[in-house]
Design a binder for this molecule. Structure first.
Ligand SMILES: [Zn+2]
Length: 129
């Protein structure tokens, strides 16, 4: 552990690696995902997460960012499909359009509506945990 380590309670640099008291008393126990240090001056205990835990947090942050990107893409795709559908519906209801153009627009609206229905919002990675 870094020598610049300092007790957050009294400012002392005299910290010693130790376990923490357990609920049932007896010997000090180690913390699974952290290193713990006691201040020799004031007995305050400092916790430091293991590097692997920091990496795990980074992985979670990345997953969250990816998820937010996917949601954004989903929202954009949905809005784009809706816009296309709205434009085609104007063609369908336009009396000056040819029967052929109206039929083609109707066909395309059905396709796009189907695509819109099948568009799935990305799952939140946190809901899996
Ligand atoms: Zn201290």
């Amino acid at each position: 552990m870094d020598k610049k380590m300092k007790c957050t309670n009294c400012g002392s640099h005299e910290l010693v690696r130790c376990g923490i008291p357990s609920e049932g008393g007896g010997e000090l126990v180690s913390v699974r995902n952290a290193e713990t240090y006691a201040c020799k001056q004031c007995r305050h205990v400092e916790f430091f997460l293991l590097e692997t835990e920091i990496q795990a947090i980074a992985v979670r942050e990345k997953k969250q960012a990816d998820y937010e990107d996917q949601v954004k893409q989903y929202e954009q795709k949905k809005a784009a499909l809706q816009k296309q559908i709205d434009e085609l519906r104007r063609v369908v209801s336009d009396e000056n359009q040819t029967v052929k153009a109206v039929n083609e627009a109707k066909e395309k609206v059905m396709q796009l509506e189907n695509e819109l229905r099948n568009l799935r919002k990305p799952g939140n990675p946190y809901s899996l945990w």
